[in-house]
Design a protein around this ligand. Structure first.
Ligand code: XMP
Length: 326
């Protein structure tokens, strides 16, 4: 099995031929590791877990059991899409768990970012343990860990798919893309035949909107964030930025300011737009969004989203900011 350090001799996967060679090698390794046992996969619907799902479906077919946990922190329409693509189109073994209340109840009044991440990661593992207990003979847990997750799991941030695993985990891990950078995961995904739109979809963190609903999450502010984010994505789609920009989203902090609506005082949260470009998520630059697009987004968010009364633009590159907002 591969270790956690990418060998210097490992060529960057940039072509279909290199991706095919990687896939063949991983299919063989996964089959050797798994034998005739069953594998449980946390399928968030993001690029990483989707590519792992496709790779494992190729390697072991119905021995793979995909579990999609809706932690209540998904973007608008996202869980529905996972059911559509994997449950229906790809005919995978898919279990859908709506755990929204469980997660949001646990997160109530928790403001500290690392604590929020640990709660979300810990609860994920619990849900998976519960789901696997209901299934016969699950021996492995597959994860969409990628190389930047490993490089950054040095205490700077506890990514749920690296830092959050309990030491007494009973299931052995299957992590076929853990030595790959994001751009390589995408090349592998296309080589596996996944739809272009899915493979080039922007990344979404495991803790989801939980890291963008700053401070202690409340249901009303989370709802406002989800709606504002959906508007941003819709407008980026319309003007062609969705294909061009690497990652873009809204964050909503936990403070209000005074505004005016319908000639009355209207207190609301600000929606912060972040749109960045990068190749490997280790550094990032800011996309220069045309002002006409910014005005349109601002107009729609402030008129359509209950609770938002200002729209701000984050101009901070990484470093010094991280890509996410927490
Ligand atoms: P940061 O905020 O550290 O993010 O600059 C770098 C990239 O990683 C994504 N990210 C995550 N991905 N689980 C993931 O799978 C996580 O917990 C997580 N946190 C951040 C982030 O969206 C960005 O693309």
């Amino acid at each position: 099995m591969q270790g956690n350090v990418r060998p210097e001799s490992m060529e960057r996967i940039t072509t279909k031929a290199l991706a095919d060679a990687f896939i063949d090698e991983q299919v063989k390794e996964v089959r050797e590791q798994v034998g005739d046992k069953k594998v449980l996969l946390a399928l968030s619907g993001g690029v990483d877990s989707s590519v792992v799902a496709a790779l494992l479906i190729k390697a072991i077919g119905k021995q793979l059991v995909c579990v999609h946990v809706n932690h209540g922190l998904m973007r608008k329409g996202e869980s529905e899409q996972v059911i559509e693509v994997f449950g229906k189109a790809l005919d995978a073994n898919l279990i859908y768990v709506d755990a929204t209340d469980r997660f949001l109840d646990l997160l109530k009044d928790v403001a500290e970012p690392e604590k929020k991440r640990k709660i979300i990661g810990g609860e994920f593992i619990k849900v998976f343990d519960e789901e696997s207990a209901k299934l016969e003979g699950i021996s492995f847990l597959a994860q969409g860990t990628i190389y930047p997750d490993i490089l950054e799991s040095d205490g700077v941030k506890a990514h749920h798919n690296v830092g959050g695993l309990p030491e007494d985990m009973e299931m052995e891990l299957v992590e076929p893309v853990k030595l790959l950078y994001k751009d390589e995961v995408r090349v592998v995904g296309e080589a596996l035949g996944l739809p272009h739109a899915m493979v080039y979809r922007q990344p979404f963190p495991g803790p989801g909107l939980g890291v963008r609903c700053l401070g202690a999450i409340t249901r009303d502010r989370l709802h406002a964030l989800r709606e504002a984010d959906a508007i941003l994505r819709e407008e980026f789609d319309k003007c062609g930025l969705a294909e061009k920009v690497w990652q873009y989203f809204i964050a909503v902090p936990d403070f209000k300011s005074v505004g005016v609506r319908d000639s009355k005082r209207y207190e609301g949260w600000p929606a912060i737009i972040r749109a960045v470009n990068t190749t490997d998520a280790m550094t990032a630059t800011i996309e220069e969004i045309p002002y006409a697009v910014l005005h349109k987004i601002t107009d729609r968010i402030t008129h359509e989203v209950e609770g938002i009364n200002r729209v701000l633009l984050d101009l901070t590159p990484k470093p010094i900011g991280t890509i996410e907002w927490e």
